[in-house]
Design a protein around this ligand. Structure first.
Ligand SMILES: Cc1ncc(COP(=O)(O)O)c(C=O)c1O
Length: 338
């Protein structure tokens, strides 16, 4: 096998099957052609990979990740999962849903204050029955994770602090390596091949698609759009891809200059909607009935739309937009849509 990419889907799947895994997400999610959107933009053929439909607790990309991360956690036979995340975290919501499915209790330590009007992901966290705590900052959050774990232990329980689980990055990359195989097969059934992938990613999921790109012979390109500017994306993505290559014994190396991930659509910052992102949310909703979110997927779609408007594609190009979920945020930002 060389870097030119020479692994079959079956070989890649066999490598993925060497990792411990639980069955949590609905997989082989639909691939839907967005014909109206394409027509409206005068653009390429656009296919939406519906990973917002992964099932548990309103779906999203982290459910696929949790299949590997929680399988790793289960080695310690925990009865309680404790995790520290952001106040409106999609990951938190999906973690609670996944833990409910596995019969585990979940304690969330969210950074921020409890709002007067509980909405979006936080509302779903409560509905799912999580024990929700709030921490003023990341230091306080860390201290609370440890003290809550101690409390669980003191009352005879077996806590697992998910923030200390080493699988987070690699689990997402493996998951989206597999998603790429699903997409290539779904397009193949229609006699098509992907030319470009677009996805909201800070380097974890996109590392998996980049690995797939190289393993399958570099016939398509991965364009990530990041919702935050807190990372050096080329080094982070290459490092996650290379850790994943090692974990699966893929024998390939990704270098920083192969990474395409733009911060140009962050707008006024992480967690804050942007004009371009909101326009994309409206456009997908009004042409296709597909609900994106203003924090992640709307900004990624804005990146795709900008490239279409810049004349980057031909009408025959096949572009895959991976919908990573996050839809509960439309309720947190309700006034944007009125
Ligand atoms: C809806 C949504 N899309 C994309 C991402 C980014 O995913 P990653 O950086 O794991 O590829 C996240 C998580 O942070 C998310 O919640």
């Amino acid at each position: 096998m060389s870097d030119a990419g020479k692994m079959s889907h079956q070989e890649i799947r066999e490598r993925i099957a060497t990792l411990p895994r639980l069955d949590i997400a609905l997989k082989n999610t639909p691939l839907e052609e967005a014909r109206n959107l394409s027509r409206m933009l005068g653009g390429p053929r656009i296919f939406v990979k519906r990973d917002d439909l992964t099932g548990v607790a309103l779906g999203g990309n982290k459910l696929r990740n949790l299949e590997f991360r929680l399988a790793h956690a289960m080695k310690d036979d925990p009865d309680t999962v404790i995790v520290g995340l952001d106040l409106q975290s999609n990951s938190a919501r999906q973690t609670v849903g996944a833990c409910n499915k596995l019969g585990l209790r979940t304690i969330l330590v969210l950074e921020g204050q409890k709002p007067n009007n509980v909405q979006g992901n936080l509302l779903v966290d409560y509905l799912l029955g999580a024990d929700v705590h709030f921490a003023a900052n990341s230091r306080a959050q860390r201290a609370m994770l440890d003290s809550l774990a101690e409390d669980v232990r003191a009352s005879g329980g077996r806590p697992h602090i998910l923030n200390d689980n080493p699988m987070f990055d690699v689990a997402s990359a493996v998951a989206y390596l597999e998603v790429t195989l699903e997409v290539v097969e779904q397009l193949d059934e229609r006699g098509l091949r992907p030319g470009y992938f677009y996805m909201s990613s800070s380097g974890k999921g996109s590392a998996g698609i980049l690995l797939a790109q190289k393993l399958l012979g570099d016939t398509f390109a991965m364009h990530a759009v990041c919702a935050t500017d807190e990372f050096h994306l080329p080094s982070r993505t290459a490092s996650i891809a290379n850790q994943t290559s090692a974990a699966l014994d893929l024998g390939i190396t990704v270098s920083e200059d192969e990474v395409i991930n733009t911060e140009a659509f962050v707008g006024n910052g992480y967690g804050v909607p942007s004009e371009a992102g909101d326009e994309a949310v409206r456009l997908f909703a009004r042409t296709e009935g597909i609900i994106l979110d203003p924090i992640y997927t709307g900004k990624a779609a804005a990146g795709l739309i900008a490239d279409i408007r810049a004349g980057r594609f031909s009408q025959e190009d096949v572009v895959v937009f991976v919908h990573t979920g996050g839809t509960p945020a439309i309720f947190t930002w309700n006034e944007l849509w009125l």
